[in-house]
Design a protein around this ligand. Structure first.
Ligand code: GMT
Length: 371
């Protein structure tokens, strides 16, 4: 099949998932065309059957706010027409699904691709609640040929927040770990570690990720010499630097910004820590699971679909830093338990959230909508 994929190209779960899906589809013999304002950062070059089409956005003085949706939809229509795409797959509804619907409408009926929209999280939970976006998202979902959500939680939220009553197929995320470029010892040396347990957090640092709670939690972990925390920041960490200092964590926290070789750090880490107020899935937890690393996370959103509490990680019911710190302390003190949870996490990731499990679900969906 010929599939167009539109996603955010920068560091972020939806873009990572969309890029991995495109790569896997090409391996299965499909032709895949990425359409976005920048090349997705993980998209490999020189792969036969894998194309990237940039969307050019001109900056006109007459607009107070530059518009991306229209040039995107024009490019989607152009690529659909020129390459005879079967499917346009929009990852993250805003504005990608709306642009896809518009692109389809620009084409003659016999040249129109099917539109598949995958909801990733804040497109429903945040923007879906915004009266300036909600009706447009509802419209795009209603006019999509198929809608998927990355968790059962997100499916239920989409029905209730947007009042969307059409079918939504739950297709969980998957992750394909790349082999690390450096050894565990090399990375731990780079991080200045000795025998400490390495805690790991990776996110875009937006308020919803509760970096305040993350820092507060590690400040309460005792003994403090037992751990260090590496934060892989997909955003600017500067606003948190003062809090790190005030909490006396300067020698406990290592920040790496815009890291692309996350596998190096995942294999060097021992335990993930995630404090978000909401997550539709939390791809970062899955990334750690693929390396046999368990996580401590709050029992929110779709996270219980990823981690089975006390089996493949630990879920904490509150947003209390002490409760989170106690869960971390128990696992720092018990390497055997950490290892058992990590092994179970890896098995669960392979069984439920691997490319082999998930990619055929998308292929079947494409075939169904094209029938
Ligand atoms: O976390 C974000 O706000 C970024 C966002 C994205 O679109 O990149 O992440 C969402 O999609 C990811 C991939 O499906 C999920 O793993 C994240 O849980 C989800 N974020 C939220 O629901 C807050």
């Amino acid at each position: 099949m010929k599939i167009g994929i539109t996603c955010y190209p920068s560091v972020g779960g939806s873009g990572i998932l969309a890029t991995a899906l495109g790569e896997e589809l090409v391996k299965h013999g499909h032709e895949v065309h990425f359409i976005s304002y920048e090349r997705p950062f993980r998209l490999p070059v020189n792969v036969p059957g894998l194309f990237f089409h940039p969307v050019i956005v001109n900056d006109y003085d007459l607009f107070k706010y530059p518009d991306y949706t229209l040039p995107l939809s024009v490019k989607m229509a152009e690529v659909s027409r020129d390459y005879q795409l079967d499917v346009l797959h929009a990852h993250y509804a805003v504005p990608h699904a709306t642009a896809a619907i518009l692109a389809r409408a620009m084409l003659p009926p016999d040249r129109q691709p099917r539109v598949v929209t995958t909801l990733h999280g804040t497109d429903t939970t945040l923007l879906g609640r915004d009266p300036g976006y909600g009706p447009a998202i509802h419209h795009a979902l209603t006019h999509s040929d198929a809608v998927t959500a990355v968790s059962a939680f997100l499916k239920a939220e989409t029905h209730s927040v947007l009042g969307f009553d059409g079918p939504i197929e739950v297709i969980h995320n998957f992750f394909v770990p790349q082999p690390p470029k450096r050894s565990r010892d090399e990375v731990r040396r780079e991080l200045g570690l000795q025998d400490e347990v390495l805690l790991f957090h990776s996110s875009n640092l937006r308020p919803l990720k509760r970096i305040d709670l993350l820092l507060e939690t590690v400040a309460r972990v005792s003994p403090r010499e037992s751990f260090k925390l590496v934060i892989l920041a997909g955003g600017d960490f500067t606003p948190f630097a003062e809090e790190v200092r005030q909490l006396g964590l300067t020698d406990r926290i290592i920040v790496r910004e815009q890291v692309t070789d996350i596998e190096d750090y995942l294999q060097a880490a021992d335990l993930g820590l995630f404090t978000s107020d909401s997550e539709s899935f939390c791809l970062s937890i899955l990334e750690a699971m693929c390396f046999g690393r368990p996580s401590v996370a709050r029992r929110v959103g779709g996270i219980p679909e990823v981690i089975v509490d006390q089996e493949s990680g630990c879920l904490v019911d509150s947003d209390n830093a002490d409760d989170l710190a106690r869960a971390i302390e128990q696992l720092i003190a018990d390497p055997a338990r950490r290892q058992a949870l990590g092994q179970a996490a890896q098995v669960r990731a392979q069984k439920l959230f691997s490319a082999a499990e998930i990619v055929p679900r998308y292929e079947a969906l494409y075939q169904r909508v094209c029938r």
